[in-house]
Unconditional design. Structure first.
Length: 246
């Protein structure tokens, strides 16, 4: 049985930025879901909401800090009360701030963990509580290369992403038998974003050779995970350009 296209439900994307998160929201809206998108500042989401609506989809923006338990609980309650049941949760918050371990501060290390891991726990827990009651749902966590190995100067990010992966594994093992599909996506490579274009122009130049990840193609894989039949669920999916070293 596929989780399928319920149509009337909600795809809640935590961390719907201008690239990957926005593309995921557009893909699920195209599939019939109401895309509920979040950032700390909801005003920044208006262009995304307008683009989804212009394409014939439904979208609603919410301002929420994924690190604050009371705000996360309130978000889920509001979404389910005002929009509909959360059928899909995508946790897509990034926190990639490199630093030498010799210069890393306790404050920044903790903040990166809060954003990339603790926020995943809070949102994953609230989604799971509701999905278990209904006996269905999909939860997808966006991971990174740092979830698999800790590179030099990425101690904080790698620690947080390793922990997020472990959280996803534990949730998948507990919730899979209850018909909740939990997946972890390792995005291994540069993504076509304004940040890469301006900060790493030599890397961005590989776009013409398909050397960086297209957010729309990432989003298509998230949709594929959600629509998989439950006799062949994927837990971990890694996505990288064909030329990426790994």
């Amino acid at each position: 049985m596929s989780q399928g296209n319920a149509g009337a439900g909600v795809a809640l994307i935590i961390g719907a930025g201008d690239s990957t998160g926005g593309a995921i929201a557009r893909r699920f809206a195209a599939g019939g879901y109401t895309a509920c998108v979040t950032r700390r500042d909801a005003q920044k989401l208006q262009p995304l909401v307008e683009s989804i609506e212009a394409a014939g989809g439904k979208a609603v923006a919410f301002g929420s800090d994924a690190r604050k338990e009371e705000e996360v609980i309130a978000l889920f309650e509001q979404v389910e009360r005002e929009v509909g049941p959360v059928e899909v949760l995508v946790f897509n918050i990034g926190a990639n701030v490199p630093s030498s371990i010799l210069e890393e501060t306790a404050r920044k290390y903790f903040k990166i963990w809060e954003m990339a891991c603790f926020g995943g726990f809070l949102n994953g827990r609230e989604a799971a509580r509701r999905m278990v009651e209904r006996g269905r749902g999909t939860i997808i966590f966006t991971g990174a290369t740092a979830a698999l190995r800790g590179a030099a100067n990425f101690a904080a990010f790698a620690g947080a992403k390793h922990a997020l992966r472990a959280l996803a594994q534990s949730m998948a093992r507990e919730l899979g038998p209850r018909n909740i599909h939990v997946a972890h996506v390792v995005v291994d490579g540069a993504i076509d974003t304004e940040f890469i274009r301006t900060s790493f122009p030599e890397r961005y130049a590989l776009k013409s050779e398909d050397g960086i990840l297209n957010p729309e193609h990432i989003a298509e894989n998230y949709w594929h995970l959600h629509t998989q039949p439950r006799d062949a669920w994927t837990f971990e999916l890694d996505l990288r350009p064909y030329m990426e070293r790994w």
